[in-house]
Design a protein around this ligand. Structure first.
Ligand code: ADP
Ligand code: MG
Length: 188
């Protein structure tokens, strides 16, 4: 078990992320969104995104893009120990102005197997796509079933050579930061 090591790292990286100013977070988020658009996203229909939480990169410009392109915008909702995936139809109703909510309340459920592209938040990723989250294993349980291309999203300072790994940890396929795209341990 890498529980202690992971716990220490969580503390350090939550702290580092909280030190980002709002301006810095905005600046880096815009670059991350540009990098994400540099991937060829046209072919994906069922797209799982996330609402930025506690200083995570703001990827909400992708929400409008998904809707505009007639693709399916899917967001996770915590249900007990699992993340339920909800197709959000009326994004206007998500929240006044800000267009982001913590969790979608209404909408049809989509099976993880049906997702074609997912963006996965994390506190720390390594270059092979292994991830440390907040410590509840939600995304590990989801990744075990999630189809399609799975893309970790974080700031460059959250990428390290190797994160401590437990048997249940599941890697993502790509990690995208404001500077780089990592795939299989290397820069793409
Ligand atoms: P995180 O990925 O959020 O950083 P951990 O990898 O430490 O957190 O996992 C937290 C907990 O989630 C662990 O106690 C682990 O037993 C549980 N867990 C992870 N994946 C699964 C799974 N596929 N099935 C059941 N429990 C899981
Ligand atoms: Mg894990």
């Amino acid at each position: 078990m890498k529980t202690l090591e992971k716990k220490e790292l969580r503390k350090i990286y939550i702290d580092k992320r909280e030190k980002l100013t709002e301006e810095e977070r905005e600046r880096l988020s815009k670059k991350i969104v540009e990098k994400l658009f540099s991937l060829d996203l046209k072919g994906f229909k069922n797209i799982l995104l996330f609402c930025p939480f506690r200083g995570e990169p703001d990827i909400t410009p992708l929400f409008s893009w998904v809707i505009r392109e007639g693709k399916n915008l899917i967001l996770p909702r915590v249900e007990g120990k699992n993340l339920k995936l909800i197709r959000v139809k009326d994004h206007e109703s998500l929240s006044p102005g800000a267009f982001c909510i913590l969790e979608p309340k209404e909408g049809e459920e989509v099976k993880p197997e049906e997702i074609e592209l997912s963006l996965i938040p994390g506190l720390l990723f390594d270059k092979r796509g292994y991830r440390i989250g907040y410590g509840k294993g939600y995304y590990d349980r989801l990744l075990a079933k999630l189809g399609g291309l799975r893309v970790g999203v974080c700031y460059e300072f959250q990428v390290v050579e190797e994160v401590p790994r437990d048997s249940w940890d599941k890697p993502v396929d790509l990690v995208v930061t404001e500077e780089k795209i990592y795939e299989g341990g290397k820069e793409k």
